[in-house]
Design a protein around this ligand. Structure first.
Ligand SMILES: Cc1cc2nc3c(=O)[nH]c(=O)nc-3n(C[C@H](O)[C@H](O)[C@H](O)COP(=O)(O)OP(=O)(O)OC[C@H]3O[C@@H](n4cnc5c(N)ncnc54)[C@H](O)[C@@H]3O)c2cc1C
Length: 418
């Protein structure tokens, strides 16, 4: 691997491996990022992405892994991590460099996401920031909005969140009760949101609000609320969860919250269509994470069952273990090849909503099955917090819920069946 400065893409790409590599003080500590499928390489992987992968692995080993335990206890990552990641070029990798981004593609985002999960960094909402919020601004924002927000998001000065879910509605997005009523050049937003990733750190929140009450999907708009010095905005609790304790998942309250009309993304009433067109990427993203986390669970479990002895032999040597592990490895490989195909379709702009939904529901179900079986192969140790597999188990469960529940995924797939 080269340790020199290297432009990862031709043209305007500015992701720079030298900046990333300066964070490799704990380079030796990255054994957790090994992949067990040495024989399989994703067809989209190339040398450039391989260098980014190495650099990311080192960043997560040096800048995140040593703090993970503390972040779990404090219920969120340090705010400073956003700036450190910004300096290293890890934020907004697929956003054009004219807006401060890395000038890469979704493949660069994929590599960052994979390495984060492969390193066991759980709970940092960077994918919401880089792969959900930033693309909304890029695709639907005006030139002025993009220039105002994206460079600061790329540097980590601003943290982004998206607030769809409310205490009384999640899956049924058309029923959001939060309103945004015009008053001169402002909207006045009233309502509450919950389970919002990055809620405590967010400086800008894309709020899904009704601008035309009673008109269903056509009544929704996306409005960016800037949280700084905004008296109508309040953060609620950072909610305690069964897994991902380092994830900031918060309540947000809007009470006569004034936001300039110029902060709306795109036309009024287009919010639902905008959401529907961006959700496939979010779902693919969750599917990709599911595959990496399943692979990681398998790698940990193989280490364990090779070490652990029962009845005078390695636990791996029981036929039940060997066959069980063979099934898990196979299922995970199926997930990876499907996700790779979805990823390549997505790069070509061909990934449809139903296929993204298939990937999301199948891969997250698979992840939960794999992790559950892997925990079983650990015996009692698997139930102990000090064994990572127990954390993987509690972290995994939410994957079937957020980004649209797996039942909603099946609903979306079934709508294409005629
Ligand atoms: C850790 C975490 C982070 C999150 N981050 C964010 C975020 O950043 N921003 C955000 O806006 N939201 C976020 N969410 C919210 C998440 O997207 C919602 O929880 C999810 O969409 C489900 O909505 P709900 O909780 O209201 O469940 P409900 O919609 O109340 O669903 C309850 C049950 O009914 C089922 N159901 C509902 N409708 C149907 C149907 N038509 N057919 C069959 N079954 C159905 C569901 O599948 C589910 O099993 C997050 C959630 C969690 C747990």
């Amino acid at each position: 691997m080269s340790t020199g400065s290297h432009r990862l893409l031709a043209g305007d790409a500015v992701i720079n491996t030298q900046t990333l590599l300066s964070h490799q003080t704990l380079a030796e500590a990255i054994s957790s990022t090994m992949y067990i499928y040495d024989t399989y390489e994703s067809p989209w992987q190339d040398e450039e992405l391989g260098m980014l992968r190495d650099a990311c692995a080192k960043f997560f080993a040096s800048e995140c892994a040593p703090h993970m335990e503390r972040w779990r206890e404090q219920g969120e990552v340090d705010r400073e991590l956003w700036r450190t990641a910004g300096q290293a070029g890890l934020l907004l990798a697929e956003i054009p460099s004219q807006y401060g981004g890395g000038g890469g593609s979704y493949l660069h985002e994929t590599v960052i996401l994979e390495e984060m999960h492969a390193a066991g960094i759980s709970g940092w909402g960077v994918q919401v920031h880089s792969q959900i919020v930033a693309p909304y601004l890029l695709h639907y924002g005006s030139e002025e909005q993009k220039q105002r927000w994206l460079p600061k998001m790329a540097s980590g000065e601003l943290v982004g969140a998206i607030a769809m879910t409310e205490p009384n509605t999640g899956s049924d997005l058309q029923s959001v009760a939060t309103t945004a009523v015009r008053d001169g050049d402002d909207y006045i937003i009233n309502g509450s949101k919950t389970y919002i990733t990055n809620g405590q750190h967010a400086d800008l929140v894309i709020v899904v609000a009704k601008t035309g009450p009673g008109t269903g999907a056509k009544g929704l708009s996306l409005i960016v609320a800037e949280t700084d010095a905004n008296p109508g905005f309040q953060r609620g609790r950072n909610l305690k969860k069964m897994g991902m304790p380092a994830a900031d998942t918060s309540e947000l309250f809007f009470e006569d919250c004034r936001v300039p009309v110029s902060n709306r993304l795109g036309e009024e009433g287009k919010g639902f269509i905008q959401l529907m067109s961006q959700l496939p990427q979010e779902r693919l993203n969750i599917a990709q994470a599911a595959v990496v986390m399943a692979e990681r669970a398998i790698a940990h479990t193989l280490d364990y069952v090779k070490e652990r002895k029962a009845f005078g032999q390695r636990v791996l040597d029981f036929q039940n273990t060997k066959f069980g592990m063979a099934e898990l490895v196979t299922e995970t490989r199926i997930g990876r090849t499907f996700v790779d195909r979805c990823l390549m379709d997505h790069i070509e702009g061909k990934l449809d909503s139903a296929t993204a939904s298939m990937a999301k529901y199948w891969c997250t179900d698979m992840q939960c099955r794999v992790v559950d079986e892997c925990l079983q192969f650990h015996g009692g140790a698997g139930y102990m917090d000090e064994y990572e597999i127990s954390r993987m188990y509690t972290d995994a469960r939410v994957q079937k819920i957020y980004g649209g529940t797996n039942e909603i995924m099946k609903e979306l797939i079934s709508r294409t069946l005629g």
